[in-house]
Design a protein around this ligand. Structure first.
Ligand SMILES: O=C(O)c1cc(C(=O)O)c2c(n1)C(=O)C(=O)c1cc(C(=O)O)[nH]c1-2
Length: 250
């Protein structure tokens, strides 16, 4: 008996991975959307997540360079444009910097990545390495977390707007375009994986790639929660003003 899944069974398995392992379940995400995070934690989240945003077009350029089919490249290159924009000041990365600006973070410090937690750097690096070293099919499959991002973005945006008075719709402008882009991108990637995963091994590799990506997103939030809620940040990492006050009071 073959353990080859049908395309719809494969999709079902992938959706199960998201339902049980995506970062919408992470305690830090739940605190962020419920208003329980301190201002410093919100700042630390935005600063660390900048590193992930900044790596996305680079990882998509790696994937693009591995595609032999021009039609496929035409589809994929839109992702790079979405993040980098067509010119200075446009695109997702510029919008993320609007968020960190509004939170009062120094742009140069954010962009240098120097204040990010070590685990954030390791996680982002692991994503880049994964798409470089694994098969093209696995690299494409690792983007499938975007199947689930519209739902977490909607909850996060409405929760943050309701619970933090220093956060406005303009501050969170990054997220306005993302759900539509994520749906377009993940529909395409899902279709690609369903068509190209033709053996049980390939199907298992696709599922494992999505699990890997979920674990990478989870690890970033684990690190944030540990450093800024329970313990203290790595000596060279970002230290929010409210945490400095807390430490002074201890
Ligand atoms: O806000 C989020 O929770 C979230 C999650 C993800 C994701 O699931 O990887 C992405 C994004 N946002 C996002 O904005 C984005 O551009 C993006 C690109 C990718 C990818 O792997 O190619 N994931 C995500």
């Amino acid at each position: 008996m073959s353990d080859l899944l049908t395309a719809s069974q494969l999709e079902e398995r992938l959706r199960e991975v998201g339902a049980t392992r995506y970062h919408h379940l992470h305690p830090f995400q739940l605190r962020l959307q419920s208003g329980a995070c301190s201002r410093g934690e919100v700042e630390a989240w935005a600063l660390n997540r900048y590193l992930y945003q900044a790596c996305i077009p680079q990882k998509d350029a790696i994937i693009l360079s591995r595609m032999e089919d021009a039609q496929l490249r035409r589809e994929w290159r839109q992702r790079i444009i979405d993040h980098d924009g067509e010119r200075e000041g446009e695109g997702g990365i510029a919008k993320w910097l609007k968020l960190t600006d509004d939170l009062g973070l120094d742009r140069g410090a954010v962009m240098s990545g120097e204040l990010a937690l070590p685990a954030t750097k390791f996680a982002v690096n692991a994503y880049m390495t994964f798409v470089r070293d694994r098969s093209l099919l696995e690299a494409v499959a690792s983007s499938l977390t975007e199947l689930f991002s519209p739902m977490v973005i909607a909850t996060r945006v409405s929760g943050m707007l309701a619970n933090y008075d220093y956060v406005t719709q303009e501050t969170l402008a990054y997220f306005t375009a993302r759900p539509v882009q994520a749906k377009r991108d993940s529909d395409f990637a899902l279709d690609y994986c369903k068509t190209h995963a033709r053996t049980p091994e390939q199907q298992r590799a696709v599922i494992a790639a999505l699990e890997f990506k979920c674990s990478m997103l989870w690890a970033m939030l684990d690190a944030l929660e540990h450093a800024y809620l329970y313990a203290k940040p790595w000596p060279d990492a970002f230290r929010p003003a409210d945490q400095a006050d807390r430490q002074a009071a201890e």
